[in-house]
Write a protein of this length. Sequence first.
Length: 690
Amino acid sequence: DLGGKDITSVQYQNANNSVRVSDEFMQAVEEGRDFGLRARGTGDVIETVDARALFRKISEATWACADPGMQYDDTINDWHTNPESGRITASNPCSEYLSLDNTACNLASLNLMKFRLEDGTFDVQRFVHAVETVITAMEVSIAFGDFPTEPIAVNTREFRQLGIGYANLGAFLMSNGLAYDSREGRALAAAITDLMTGVAYRRSAELAGVVGPYAGYARNADAHKRVMNKHMAASYELFNATTGDGSATFVSPGVVGPFHAAATIALAGTKEWAEGTRLGEVNGWRNAQASVLAPTGTIGFMMDCDTTGIEPDFSLKKFKKLVGGGSMDIVNGQVAPALVALGYGDSESAAIVDYISEHGNVVGAPFLNPDHYPVFDCAAGDPRQIAPMGHVLMMAATQPFLSGAISKTVNLPESATVEEISDIYMQSWKLGLKATAVYRDNCKVGQPLSNSKAAAKTDEPAKATEVQVVEKIVEVPRRERLPRTRTSKTTSFRVAEVEGYLTVGEYADGRPGEIFLKMSKQGSTLAGMMDSFSVAVSIGLQYGVPLETYVAKYINQRFEPAGLTDDPDVRMGQSIMDYVVRRLALDYLPFDTRSVYGIYSTSERTAALDNGGVYAPVDDEEVHQDEVGHEVVVPAQPVSVSIDADLQAARASAEREAAPECVTCGTNSFQQRSGSCFCCRGCGQTTGCS
């Protein structure tokens, strides 16, 4: 339930919301006309509104909280390859995948820096081969995909949408001394995107010649061919622009180096489109879509990328937290290659990097020509950052060469106005974008990236948004130290051939507050590691970390020494850590908590044999007197305790984690206990039992 006064501040903070608009609406905004809102079921006009006033409200909402983004319906459906099977009505949250309802897209991205040669040029041949390989693998993998619903599974296999893309564009441009917001930078980005999608569709046509086109192709053949011709026409226009033959839409003919680099790639792209279209006329295409530009926010780390997707770098200077505490400043790794590409020597480059490390920007850096400042502009920065329209123009340069759209943010400073956002949305529509997302710095309560601790104030009038002061109460954990004189319990133990002593210091109420592990000779590696482990656990307990947390983390850890113990309650220790947390659990955790992890005392296991295999807590033995006054020991009777479903699920999870890796198929997720051994349900291999 999201009711209550806080709904306006928290409900939509982590959602991506977009408004889908038509050409008719945008024209009404431009001309200042009224616009009719239509019923979705009948199409009848049910209300007439002032188009500009509604457009202003959309922009004000975006100014206030970065939502909604905007999608341009007519542009989207004009590039639709399957209109006979239904129109495109929605997208994924990031707005790069635009296709039929109830479908999914198989995404993959390439790291552009991997195709940069030492001289800064782009390795066209290797890039073409990589796209061919990845598209083929993506196509094959559709048959093995799992989908959330049956309609999505059926439609995805019928239309076989793919979404190849790339990451690290911002790093690639900067490393070559090219400004992100420049005609040269946009030319190179457009040429690479053109080549990528051209190769992808050419390979799709080749695959169709072997295994046939996608199932929905016959019904949509004319529309698919029309869209391919639109892509090919854009490719030839790009090539003409980069060679100086035409209106120079993408580049400045006066810049020789980038001019030739983009033209070389664009020429390869036109050849791919010509061949792909020729094959498609004969074979059809295996895939309804081939490319998108995804955000690559998570996989970018795995790919060792400095920048994500089509984004520029966020800032020139980053702050890295260190494991031992503290932090260090790191200058963008592409600054040094950029300075080399711009012709600076080693000593000059070192001085510029040092200046950036100290000031966080290049303004005033020694030896640096002010004409080169734009090369180092990033998404955020003071006093320089990429102009908002620089983001829009980059998307406009690459959009004609993509099956889907682009997941990208148009970054604005906090001082940006509602009118600036309105202009971005209007220009995006005019430049042929399919979708646009805008983010004004510090417009949300919390944001993932920031380049400074303090933010500038905005001059935006109060009518755009209501400014609220939010007071945050931060509770600092406090350490509860043990009394100077306290009770302790010492247990001697042996794991395999290694002996040790576990001492537990207790609070007055019996809770554990510290542990000491004495093992091996003082000064040995094992003794040092156990001392460090004891200190870490002790401090955690005193700061309120539940003992169960340590049990859950360290139980079943495997490393030497490991083996039989001399403890009747814990007969086997998979490591010193494993034994220690099991002993602590038996001494200090209640039965229902430790039963989740399968930790029982000897008396409890014995009682379970007489209780039909049902485990229940057994109290310590009690002393009674018989009729003649002699003391006799009477074992306590089991007490019935019910374990709820959550505990049962946690127990099953603990058992799965305890399972060893299968030596045949290499997984423990399907290992199941069989007596004292484990059996793999995936391949049938056992660890010893038949």
